[in-house]
Write a new protein. Sequence first.
Length: 300
Amino acid sequence: MWARVWGFLYSNYFRFWLKWILRLLTGKCELQRVLGGAEAGARRTLSIGNGEAGAGAARLPRKRRILRNAVHVEEAEVEKCVRDIMKEKKIEQKDTGFKTNLHISLLQISGYKKLYLNVENLRKVPYDSENEEHEEQLIELWNLLMPHENLKARISKQWCDIGFQGDDPKTDFRGMGLLGLVNLVYFSKHYANEARQILSRSNHPTLGYSYAIVGINLTEMAYSLLKNGALKAHLYNMVSGLPQMEHFHQFYCYLVYEFDKFWFEEEPESIMHFNQYREKFHEKIKGLLLDCNVVLTLQD
């Protein structure tokens, strides 16, 4: 009860006077202090997203509404939004440091939302065996992983050799759509040696797992972390500007590589316990992503 009372008093009374005193002492508004005091990357951008610019409601005065709406602007509106904020907050245009920092942070925020939409749209595309581009990517995956073995037929038990469940891989992409295939191809193309090594390890006689199926499962993990906002700190630290699909693929590659290490370190009794260890790995990754300084890349 007292916590709610204090929260109400702080939000409606004390916060205003505290901000007024700090501005009087420093000569800077709250947004200037945030952008000038926080480290570049997640700390700075998350402070804007969670602070003054992200708070408020429709009844707020115009000045507060501009700040509140800033975290919802599209990429094309960012520059104008920065000018409007500087005008409303009476910040001189010659303050290039503030202008640059605010511009970068708003680009990161709008870029994250755009990235999620792009990933979601790709996930919604079902694998179509009548689509020539889809088929070419599937065959490319085989050639990348099995360069010394020819695929004898499009419908073949050979697909099980790279971890699909049956004779036709298209049925395994139902949950993640084309996104699952694109992720698998990206890892196999950009980290060919690592991909083939992990495929080989996945055939271990006692600790083996279905490489492609687990890869698609990790696509779902990466997607869910992006969707719920857990990847914000990682991407804001990684990209000084607009996060792109490339950065999502890079995070996926990190998951594949780290999951393989995790699986063999844990030494599960059976593949039947996959969901249990998958969830344990998921919790581990979520814990790492809570660090404001986090950057999870395969190079690390």
